[in-house]
Design a protein around this ligand. Structure first.
Ligand code: ZN
Ligand code: ZN
Length: 441
């Protein structure tokens, strides 16, 4: 009997979720409800977390329903066979999906409970290494029943997230109640504190930008933070590393140790994971994050980080600043939300082949670029604002984010290129999400 402690995170891109709802809501000539199949890749992290990454949805054709008025929907063997074939072709798992058309959490009917486990079993026979199961959707919530390799039983996901703006985050655990510390931010929504307590946030780079972000996340009440930085504090960092003090430089302590000191002093309940390494050497820690702040220095690093986040359906909020001399000093910066399924940094024209090539040519010769505390503060604060909106949806904005900072004028505005960018990314396709497949030739 396998009974390891499991933690299942199910990530569904917003546009696939929308596609499922649109399809399942349509009436059928005789069936009371519709059925579809959601395909998903499974990634088992060594920490025991199972990531399920939805990559595609297949509706059942009208003619593949069987007239049987004793149940909501009965589909024929052709439909099942098609979904099994797709599971096999895409080497992924499969989820039977149907809709209970109301708001709030749906629960299986007695017919669902009787018939669906057998369907799951047939998917398991085809793709035993992947998670398989059934999902019941409502207008805004889910019921999940999932079979993973590590367990003999059907399990419920610990987190189902619809990755988009705003994020839908449905946790299986219950709220621990109100905390007076967050009294003045209750306008963010009744559920906001619970979400901040449960979401896992990554910060890549705890320098000028990351240190502001860590501090603010602690004030907001974000409990689970993973911080990646392999550097020790140096005297030249002290002009902008928030929370770093003079004696830290003397002792040459790790920037992650400064993070821990600052964050736990503000919010002792915090649950930090400190990665004293580059994220590339701790990819599973990154993959486990539900959302990531990128505070990295180079375009190459941004490109690598963005493609990793896209693979694992993780929204990335990138910040960066630059001071350049062009007949006088100019200070500029950007805040970009790279949301899986929507515009990426290349779509926005921020990452270009030209910039990457220029940077590669200068490699190893970038020197100590000018950096100061206040623009980092503006960029980091704006990024935290983007994060809060994403998680709570308090502004109800669905728009993408590409903000431009003019440090000389002290202005943060929509970047001019944003309005010309189609919200459809061809650089990272959802169907390619999940661990890269190595095909045997
Ligand atoms: Zn049902
Ligand atoms: Zn793109």
């Amino acid at each position: 009997m396998k009974s390891k402690k499991t933690n299942i995170k199910f990530r569904i891109p917003e546009h696939l979720h929308g596609k499922m709802l649109l399809d399942l809501e349509r009436s059928h000539p005789f069936a009371f409800e519709r059925v579809g199949f959601l395909f998903a890749k499974t990634v088992n992290l060594s920490s025991g977390v199972t990531l399920i990454i939805a990559t595609d949805y297949q509706p059942v054709n009208d003619e593949d329903y069987i007239e049987d008025y004793s149940v909501g929907a009965k589909i024929n063997s052709t439909a099942i066979r098609k979904s099994m074939q797709a599971t096999f072709d895409q080497s992924c798992g499969c989820f039977h999906v149907h809709l209970h058309n109301h708001s709030g959490k749906p629960y299986p009917s007695s017919t669902d409970e009787k018939s669906l486990p057998a369907v799951v079993k047939s998917f398991e026979n085809i793709a035993p290494k992947h998670a398989n199961g059934f999902l019941i959707l409502s207008k805004n919530a889910f019921y999940s029943s999932i079979k993973i390799e590590a367990s003999d039983n059907l399990l419920e996901a610990d987190l189902i997230s619809v990755v988009g703006k705003p994020f839908i985050l449905q946790y299986s655990n219950k709220s621990t109640g109100k905390d007076l510390m967050f009294d003045r931010q209750s306008f963010l929504g009744a559920n906001s504190q619970f979400l901040f307590e449960n979401i896992r946030v990554g910060i890549i780079g705890y320098g000028g930008g990351g240190s502001h972000i860590g501090q603010q996340l602690a004030h907001i009440g974000v409990k689970n933070i993973t911080i990646f930085d392999d550097d020790k504090i140096e005297i030249t960092n002290l002009n902008r590393l928030v929370g770093g003090v003079y004696t830290d430089v003397k002792k040459a302590i790790l920037k992650t140790s400064i993070a821990k000191r600052v964050i736990t002093k503000i919010f002792p309940k915090s649950n930090l994971t400190l990665v004293e390494n580059k994220w590339q050497r701790a990819v599973e820690e990154l993959q486990n994050c539900d959302i990531v702040f990128g505070c990295v220095d180079s375009y190459t690093e941004r490109q690598q980080l963005e493609s990793e986040c896209r693979r694992f359906l993780i929204p990335l909020i990138d910040i960066g600043m630059d001071v350049y001399n062009s007949g006088g000093y100019f200070m500029s910066g950007q805040i970009i939300l790279s949301m899986p399924g929507s515009s990426c940094m290349s779509c926005y024209g921020f990452l270009t082949e030209e910039k990457l090539a220029k940077e590669a040519a200068k490699y190893g010769n970038t020197g100590g670029r000018p950096q100061v505390v206040w623009p980092n503060g503006v960029l980091a604060s704006s990024a935290v604002g983007v994060f809060v909106d994403l998680v709570t949806g308090w502004t109800k904005s669905k728009e993408g984010v590409y903000l431009s900072y003019d440090g000389n004028g002290g202005k943060v505005t929509d970047h001019v290129r944003k309005q010309f960018t189609a919200d459809k990314c061809e650089h990272f396709l959802i169907k390619n999400a999940g661990k890269p497949l190595y095909v045997k030739i």
